[in-house]
Design a protein around this ligand. Structure first.
Ligand code: DGL
Length: 271
């Protein structure tokens, strides 16, 4: 491993590409290896043991690519898989800590809402992280299990009646709690940002876990003297565990632009 090695990023699927998009913006000279476990997504409704087992395999694959920093761009893995960095001896961040820090700095009234998958919310990971930063902060949590399948099936339009109805149903208790800051605690949720913003109303600050994590990863790289000395444009290699057809279209949704690049399929169960 050297400074010119890549940053390894993984997610249960393609949602983690919302973090890759921000990484490319903050760290344009860094190479990235992305793994999306498209063959086993979703993780968010599985047991802690299964999520941990999958995460370990995902990291072993990325380690085989000689990465210098590891990012779990997945709210669920970050919440339940523990400190993967110490286990694998590599600088590491999940999405919880950077996002909790950003939310605690953003709130004015001390009331923070969190939305995420069922596994994330059941773990109370964000709540614990926020309360550790400042025990006076009040945290309100809501799982939104239908958000991921909506995004994966292209239901993302803020005016779509189905999307809006689901968003209103999930977000109502958080509005009633008077939160002024809402953590989008799952990497799929920035795709639903418009409808979430409409429903929450003006004045509620939305915190994007992918973006905050990319910002934090940039700090991790500079603090560990791991910046790529080659000042060329970084490249991203993409790996998935299921079919590669249609990858560029769906990946484009998360990355915000189309990619004309090969994607590789791997057998993740071999790691
Ligand atoms: N990537 C997951 C997360 O950020 C959402 C999809 C899933 O349930 O696996 O929590």
């Amino acid at each position: 491993m050297s400074e010119s090695s890549a940053i390894g990023v993984f997610d249960s699927g393609l949602g983690g590409l919302t973090a890759v998009k921000e990484l490319m913006r903050f760290l344009p000279h860094e190479n990235i290896v992305y793994f999306g476990d498209t063959g086993r997504v979703p993780y968010g409704n599985r047991s802690r043991e299964t999520i941990k087992k999958y995460a370990m395999q995902d990291v072993r694959f990325l380690k085989s690519k000689d990465i210098k920093v590891l990012i779990a761009a997945c709210g669920t893995v970050s919440s339940v898989a523990g400190d993967l960095g110490s286990e694998f001896g590599i600088p590491y961040t999940g999405v919880v800590k950077p996002t909790a820090l950003a939310a605690s700095e953003a709130t004015n009234n001390g009331r923070i809402g969190i939305i995420g998958t069922t596994a994330t919310i059941n773990s109370s990971s964000y709540k614990t992280a926020i309360e550790n930063i400042d025990s006076r902060l009040q945290v309100f949590q809501q799982d939104c299990p239908l958000f991921v399948p909506l995004v994966e099936n292209g239901f993302i339009d803020r005016h779509d009646i189905v999307v809006r109805t689901v968003a209103e149903r999930y977000l109502k208790p958080l509005i009633e709690s008077g939160v002024d800051t809402l953590i989008l605690g799952c990497t799929h949720y920035p795709i639903l940002r418009d409808v979430i913003a409409d429903v929450m109303g003006q004045g509620v600050i939305l915190i994007d876990s992918g973006k905050e994590t990319a910002r934090y990863a940039a700090r991790l790289i500079y603090e560990n003297n791991l910046a790529n000395p080659q000042r060329l444009n970084g490249v991203c290699e993409y790996y998935v565990s299921d079919k590669v057809d249609g990858f560029s279209k769906i990946a484009g949704l998360f990355l915000g632009n189309c990619i004309n690049q090969d994607v590789h399929r791997i057998k993740i169960e071999h790691y």
